[in-house]
Design a protein around this ligand. Structure first.
Ligand SMILES: Cc1cn([C@H]2C[C@H](O)[C@@H](COP(=O)(O)OP(=O)(O)O[C@H]3O[C@H](C)C(=O)[C@H](O)[C@H]3O)O2)c(=O)[nH]c1=O
Length: 183
């Protein structure tokens, strides 16, 4: 497993070691001890989520506030997404900054997103199956969001505006400036 720093504290891009043979491939999609030894992060995941989305779908930018904030370990089972996170941790020099990376079934890359980040995806392939582990349970009353197209975030979502598929909920979040971060 190769773990890359991202310039954001505790945000890591992971490339698993893939074993290929004439049958296909195998890789360890998560290994608690190896991850902890490489990052110092002792993460106990309690909930797995999976979603399927069509080309152009944007889900985000979502997060849960304390005491139900979530760290996430995300990857793509089929297709390709641009995975986007925004640092909401006020004391960090990266506060308000975004980080994006391509995750795909092909590159098998994974992103560990610590608590204190808003998270979203945009689907670049025909469709995508997205899978992620969470270290805290879903809590609707603690769910929040910031606008994916907040110009202060300067995120390139790669899909033209008229081709984007977005839930009604995701068109009604505050901007980062309008949101007082609890992180
Ligand atoms: C997140 C979640 C949702 N739900 C229910 C609530 C709705 O009835 C339905 C769809 O939920 P939503 O539209 O919020 O799903 P996404 O837009 O994919 O939300 C996710 O999008 C981005 C990518 C994230 O990082 C978050 O984990 C999560 O907010 O599933 C549950 O029952 N449990 C859950 O953990």
């Amino acid at each position: 497993m190769n773990i890359e720093a991202t310039g954001f504290d505790d945000l890591y891009l992971i490339t698993p070691k893939v074993f290929e043979d004439q049958r296909g491939y195998f890789f360890e999609s998560f290994h608690h001890k190896k991850f902890r030894e490489a990052t110092g992060i002792d993460c106990d995941f309690v909930q797995d989520n999976q979603s399927r989305s069509s080309h152009g779908v944007i889900r985000g930018l979502h997060f849960q506030v304390p005491p139900m904030a979530q760290a996430k370990f995300v990857r793509v089972l089929q297709g390709e997404v641009l995975d986007v996170v925004v640092d909401l941790r006020k004391e960090k020099s990266t506060f308000g900054k975004s980080y994006s990376t391509l995750l795909s079934a092909e590159n098998k890359k994974q992103l560990f997103i610590p608590r204190g980040f808003a998270h979203g995806i945009v689907v670049l392939s025909e469709s995508a199956e997205f899978f992620y582990k969470c270290d805290n349970y879903y809590s609707p009353e603690n769910e929040r969001g910031i606008m994916y197209d907040d110009t202060s975030l300067n995120i390139d979502w790669k899909i033209e505006a008229d081709k984007r598929i977005i839930s009604d909920k995701d068109t009604k979040h505050p901007s980062l400036e309008e949101f007082t971060s609890p992180f």
